[in-house]
Design a protein around this ligand. Structure first.
Ligand code: URA
Length: 303
């Protein structure tokens, strides 16, 4: 069918709108309300569980819950993902295969896989092979890390954006360029710092990663931090601090305060500061970030 230039412009505008809204990949003909479906599934599961006698599996669940206690005290598992959630894979993405659900099993698989990695290269290979996170379907590249793995300071952001996805490297867009300038201001650069994200795949349209996606990716970044074993860990923005420390405070309250992050059997000095993307929007806040970066430099010079 012949399309007029006007039609083409309209189609282009519609596609732009879809991309801006986070719709950047075709999944299927029918609209599926996964939230409604997962709500029904979880209510069916609850009914089945209520009808089943309490046997060994019920006890195991109780033990698992109890064993979460100390971890939660350390802020490691404060977020409990819902028992049922939207699918990790679109059902049409893999015709012939049943849809995987990002439930506790996927999270447990991520935890086991991450724990098995004995080096950063092995961890990267684990992520390349891991199919439990739906973000991988729409991302162009895995954005694992940039910088020096032996650095004494490690920065953790939330998730890659478009530029990072294209280059397969964290913080290379506008906010990354600001981060570079901030590093330079305290005498550091990417050869003396290590940079990664909680979520290593770009969420479509740069939307915020869902709690399920974050929870699935969390074991990998936790392992990455343990393997890098920095002297100082810097959370860029509230999202990474909240995910990794389990705290609920906003960034205004949290930033600039020294905390500790448990990794590899020790406590790493940690601090949260504003995300560079926020600083681009609110340049006046750079004054407070500057204080945080000076505190980071001072801490590194003391250790
Ligand atoms: N924002 C992030 O949190 N991470 C990046 O890599 C880029 C932008």
């Amino acid at each position: 069918m012949h399309q007029s230039p006007q039609d083409l412009r309209r189609i282009e505008a519609l596609l732009d709108f879809y991309i801006d809204s986070g719709v950047d990949c075709f999944l299927g003909e029918e609209v599926v309300d996964w939230f409604e479906r997962s709500r029904l599934q979880s209510s069916q599961t609850r009914h089945a569980a209520a009808a089943a006698p309490a046997g060994p599996s019920a006890r195991r669940t109780g033990d698992e819950e109890a064993s979460r206690g100390p971890a939660q005290d350390r802020g490691q598992a404060a977020f409990q993902p819902p028992a049922a959630a939207p699918p990790a894979r679109a059902p049409h993405a893999n015709p012939g295969q049943s849809a995987a659900v990002p439930d506790q099993e996927v999270i447990a698989a991520a935890r086991d896989l991450a724990a098995s990695a004995q080096s950063l290269d092995a961890l990267r290979a684990c992520l390349e092979a891991f199919d439990g996170c739906n973000l991988k379907l729409t991302a162009k590249n895995l954005v694992f890390a940039d910088g020096n793995p032996s650095a004494r300071v490690m920065f953790v952001g939330e998730a890659p954006g478009r530029d990072e996805d294209l280059q397969g490297k964290p913080f290379v867009g506008r906010s990354g360029q600001l981060l570079d300038r901030m590093l330079e201001a305290i005498g550091y650069d990417r050869s003396s710092a290590y940079i990664a994200n909680v979520v290593p795949w770009r969420p479509p349209g740069n939307r915020t990663p869902t709690p399920q996606e974050t929870e699935i990716c969390r074991p990998f970044i936790a392992r990455q931090i343990a393997l890098v074993d920095p002297d100082v860990l810097v959370f860029l923005g509230a999202a990474s601090a909240k995910t990794l420390l389990g705290v609920q405070d906003g960034i205004r309250k949290m930033r600039g305060k020294w905390m500790t992050y448990p990794a590899g059997g020790k406590e790493i000095s940690a601090i949260a500061t504003y995300h560079p993307a926020y600083l681009l929007r609110s340049p006046l806040e750079k004054r407070l970030s500057w204080r945080d970066f000076l505190a980071i430099r001072q801490s590194l010079s003391k250790q």
